[in-house]
Design a protein around this ligand. Structure first.
Ligand SMILES: [Zn+2]
Length: 216
Protein backbone atom coordinates (compact mmCIF):
# COMPACT_ATOMS: atom_id res chain seq x y z
CA UNK A 1 0.00 0.00 0.00
CA UNK A 2 1.27 3.45 -0.93
CA UNK A 3 0.79 6.58 1.17
CA UNK A 4 -1.72 7.75 -1.47
CA UNK A 5 -3.86 4.66 -0.83
CA UNK A 6 -3.77 5.13 2.94
CA UNK A 7 -4.72 8.79 2.41
CA UNK A 8 -7.67 7.75 0.23
CA UNK A 9 -8.88 5.42 3.00
CA UNK A 10 -8.75 8.26 5.56
CA UNK A 11 -10.61 10.58 3.18
CA UNK A 12 -13.37 8.00 2.86
CA UNK A 13 -14.11 8.57 6.56
CA UNK A 14 -13.96 12.38 6.58
CA UNK A 15 -16.97 14.69 6.57
CA UNK A 16 -17.54 16.48 3.27
CA UNK A 17 -20.26 18.96 4.22
CA UNK A 18 -19.52 22.64 4.67
CA UNK A 19 -21.03 22.70 8.15
CA UNK A 20 -18.70 19.92 9.25
CA UNK A 21 -15.47 21.82 8.59
CA UNK A 22 -13.74 20.73 11.84
CA UNK A 23 -14.06 17.07 10.82
CA UNK A 24 -13.19 17.54 7.16
CA UNK A 25 -9.53 17.02 7.99
CA UNK A 26 -7.64 14.15 9.57
CA UNK A 27 -6.03 14.76 12.96
CA UNK A 28 -3.41 13.15 15.15
CA UNK A 29 -4.69 11.79 18.48
CA UNK A 30 -3.29 9.94 21.51
CA UNK A 31 -4.93 6.59 22.20
CA UNK A 32 -3.83 3.47 24.03
CA UNK A 33 -0.40 4.96 24.64
CA UNK A 34 0.32 5.64 20.97
CA UNK A 35 -0.34 8.34 18.37
CA UNK A 36 -2.91 7.65 15.67
CA UNK A 37 -4.13 9.39 12.53
CA UNK A 38 -7.87 9.80 12.96
CA UNK A 39 -10.39 10.39 10.18
CA UNK A 40 -14.07 10.71 11.03
CA UNK A 41 -17.38 12.01 9.73
CA UNK A 42 -18.97 11.71 13.17
CA UNK A 43 -20.53 8.30 12.46
CA UNK A 44 -17.43 6.15 12.16
CA UNK A 45 -13.73 6.62 12.78
CA UNK A 46 -10.69 5.22 11.00
CA UNK A 47 -7.43 5.09 12.96
CA UNK A 48 -4.09 4.46 11.28
CA UNK A 49 -0.66 4.42 12.97
CA UNK A 50 1.14 7.77 13.01
CA UNK A 51 3.33 8.42 9.98
CA UNK A 52 1.31 6.40 7.44
CA UNK A 53 -0.12 9.63 6.02
CA UNK A 54 1.97 12.81 6.08
CA UNK A 55 0.84 16.34 6.88
CA UNK A 56 -1.61 15.43 9.66
CA UNK A 57 -1.53 17.82 12.62
CA UNK A 58 -2.39 17.30 16.29
CA UNK A 59 -5.83 18.86 16.33
CA UNK A 60 -8.67 16.98 17.96
CA UNK A 61 -11.19 19.73 18.42
CA UNK A 62 -14.46 18.14 17.46
CA UNK A 63 -15.63 15.56 17.95
CA UNK A 64 -13.30 14.47 20.73
CA UNK A 65 -12.56 11.11 19.16
CA UNK A 66 -10.55 9.86 22.14
CA UNK A 67 -13.60 10.20 24.40
CA UNK A 68 -15.55 7.57 22.46
CA UNK A 69 -12.78 5.02 21.93
CA UNK A 70 -12.84 1.96 24.20
CA UNK A 71 -9.88 0.31 25.84
CA UNK A 72 -8.72 -2.76 23.95
CA UNK A 73 -9.71 -5.82 26.00
CA UNK A 74 -7.10 -8.48 26.63
CA UNK A 75 -8.29 -11.33 24.46
CA UNK A 76 -6.27 -13.44 22.11
CA UNK A 77 -9.01 -14.23 19.60
CA UNK A 78 -11.75 -11.92 18.42
CA UNK A 79 -14.65 -12.70 16.04
CA UNK A 80 -13.35 -12.16 12.51
CA UNK A 81 -15.02 -10.93 9.29
CA UNK A 82 -13.24 -10.98 5.96
CA UNK A 83 -13.52 -8.22 3.36
CA UNK A 84 -15.15 -10.79 1.05
CA UNK A 85 -17.81 -11.59 3.69
CA UNK A 86 -18.58 -7.88 3.98
CA UNK A 87 -18.79 -7.58 0.17
CA UNK A 88 -21.13 -10.59 0.07
CA UNK A 89 -23.38 -9.03 2.73
CA UNK A 90 -23.49 -5.71 0.86
CA UNK A 91 -23.82 -7.00 -2.70
CA UNK A 92 -27.59 -6.36 -2.87
CA UNK A 93 -27.16 -2.64 -2.17
CA UNK A 94 -26.52 -0.01 -4.83
CA UNK A 95 -23.54 2.29 -4.97
CA UNK A 96 -23.48 5.82 -6.29
CA UNK A 97 -20.65 8.00 -7.51
CA UNK A 98 -19.29 10.62 -5.14
CA UNK A 99 -17.77 13.82 -6.50
CA UNK A 100 -15.90 16.68 -4.92
CA UNK A 101 -17.76 19.95 -5.46
CA UNK A 102 -16.91 23.50 -6.50
CA UNK A 103 -18.96 26.73 -6.42
CA UNK A 104 -21.50 27.02 -9.26
CA UNK A 105 -20.29 29.54 -11.84
CA UNK A 106 -23.81 30.48 -13.01
CA UNK A 107 -24.88 31.87 -9.63
CA UNK A 108 -21.41 32.49 -8.10
CA UNK A 109 -22.12 29.80 -5.50
CA UNK A 110 -25.20 31.58 -4.13
CA UNK A 111 -27.71 29.02 -5.44
CA UNK A 112 -30.28 31.69 -6.34
CA UNK A 113 -30.91 34.83 -8.36
CA UNK A 114 -32.78 37.98 -7.39
CA UNK A 115 -35.28 39.38 -9.84
CA UNK A 116 -37.41 42.29 -8.64
CA UNK A 117 -38.53 41.32 -5.15
CA UNK A 118 -38.28 37.57 -5.76
CA UNK A 119 -35.53 34.97 -5.69
CA UNK A 120 -35.25 32.10 -8.12
CA UNK A 121 -33.31 28.88 -7.62
CA UNK A 122 -30.36 28.47 -9.95
CA UNK A 123 -31.21 25.78 -12.53
CA UNK A 124 -27.57 24.86 -13.03
CA UNK A 125 -26.98 23.74 -9.43
CA UNK A 126 -30.59 23.15 -8.27
CA UNK A 127 -30.21 25.93 -5.73
CA UNK A 128 -27.34 24.26 -3.88
CA UNK A 129 -24.68 26.72 -5.07
CA UNK A 130 -22.34 23.80 -5.80
CA UNK A 131 -21.63 21.69 -8.84
CA UNK A 132 -19.72 18.41 -9.17
CA UNK A 133 -16.02 18.75 -9.76
CA UNK A 134 -13.84 15.62 -9.59
CA UNK A 135 -14.98 11.98 -9.32
CA UNK A 136 -13.80 10.63 -5.97
CA UNK A 137 -15.18 7.12 -5.48
CA UNK A 138 -18.41 5.15 -5.37
CA UNK A 139 -20.16 4.42 -2.12
CA UNK A 140 -23.40 2.84 -0.94
CA UNK A 141 -26.29 5.28 -0.76
CA UNK A 142 -28.59 3.02 1.25
CA UNK A 143 -29.48 3.56 4.89
CA UNK A 144 -30.64 -0.02 5.29
CA UNK A 145 -28.89 -1.85 8.10
CA UNK A 146 -26.46 -4.68 8.61
CA UNK A 147 -26.20 -6.56 11.91
CA UNK A 148 -22.71 -7.28 13.22
CA UNK A 149 -22.41 -8.89 16.64
CA UNK A 150 -25.39 -7.49 18.54
CA UNK A 151 -25.46 -4.06 16.86
CA UNK A 152 -26.95 -2.58 13.71
CA UNK A 153 -24.96 -0.38 11.33
CA UNK A 154 -25.98 1.53 8.23
CA UNK A 155 -24.96 0.04 4.90
CA UNK A 156 -23.00 3.26 4.22
CA UNK A 157 -20.79 2.83 7.30
CA UNK A 158 -20.48 -0.94 6.77
CA UNK A 159 -19.27 -0.14 3.24
CA UNK A 160 -16.46 1.94 4.74
CA UNK A 161 -15.45 -1.02 6.93
CA UNK A 162 -15.52 -3.18 3.78
CA UNK A 163 -13.11 -0.79 2.00
CA UNK A 164 -10.69 -0.88 4.94
CA UNK A 165 -10.91 -4.68 5.25
CA UNK A 166 -10.21 -5.06 1.50
CA UNK A 167 -7.15 -2.83 1.86
CA UNK A 168 -5.71 -3.80 5.26
CA UNK A 169 -6.97 -7.31 6.09
CA UNK A 170 -9.75 -9.08 8.01
CA UNK A 171 -11.86 -7.06 10.47
CA UNK A 172 -11.80 -8.39 14.05
CA UNK A 173 -14.58 -7.31 16.39
CA UNK A 174 -12.50 -6.16 19.36
CA UNK A 175 -15.30 -4.45 21.29
CA UNK A 176 -19.00 -4.89 20.63
CA UNK A 177 -21.17 -1.77 21.02
CA UNK A 178 -21.27 -0.93 24.66
CA UNK A 179 -22.54 1.71 27.03
CA UNK A 180 -19.88 3.93 28.59
CA UNK A 181 -19.63 5.10 32.21
CA UNK A 182 -21.56 8.23 31.19
CA UNK A 183 -24.53 6.10 30.05
CA UNK A 184 -24.00 6.95 26.38
CA UNK A 185 -23.80 4.23 23.75
CA UNK A 186 -20.34 3.82 22.26
CA UNK A 187 -19.52 2.23 18.97
CA UNK A 188 -18.16 -1.17 18.02
CA UNK A 189 -14.41 -1.30 17.58
CA UNK A 190 -12.86 -3.38 14.81
CA UNK A 191 -9.15 -4.06 14.45
CA UNK A 192 -8.37 -4.16 10.74
CA UNK A 193 -4.74 -5.01 9.97
CA UNK A 194 -2.60 -2.18 11.34
CA UNK A 195 -5.61 0.10 11.82
CA UNK A 196 -8.86 0.32 13.73
CA UNK A 197 -12.41 1.26 12.72
CA UNK A 198 -14.97 2.44 15.26
CA UNK A 199 -18.58 2.42 14.03
CA UNK A 200 -21.51 4.00 15.84
CA UNK A 201 -24.55 1.72 15.84
CA UNK A 202 -28.04 2.82 14.74
CA UNK A 203 -31.41 2.02 16.26
CA UNK A 204 -32.67 -1.15 14.56
CA UNK A 205 -35.12 -0.16 11.85
CA UNK A 206 -38.55 -1.73 11.91
CA UNK A 207 -39.57 -0.38 8.52
CA UNK A 208 -36.77 -1.43 6.20
CA UNK A 209 -37.86 -3.30 3.11
CA UNK A 210 -34.80 -5.48 2.66
CA UNK A 211 -33.91 -8.10 5.23
CA UNK A 212 -31.15 -7.25 7.65
CA UNK A 213 -27.94 -9.04 6.78
CA UNK A 214 -26.33 -10.66 9.78
CA UNK A 215 -22.59 -11.05 10.08
CA UNK A 216 -21.12 -13.04 13.02
ZN1 LIG B 1 -25.94 27.77 -9.43
Amino acid sequence: MTEEKYKALVELFLGRDDWAMPINNASLIDWNGEKWISGTNGHSVLLLPEGMVGGVSEVDKYPKVVNVLPEIPEMREFPRITGDALSEALKGFKKEKVFSTKPCEECDGKGEFWYGSHTYDCKECDGSGKINDKYLWSEYNSYEQVCIGTSYFSVVETGRLESVAKALGDAELVANSFVGDDGKTRGSLFRVGVGYVLMMPCTPSTVQEQPIVRLI
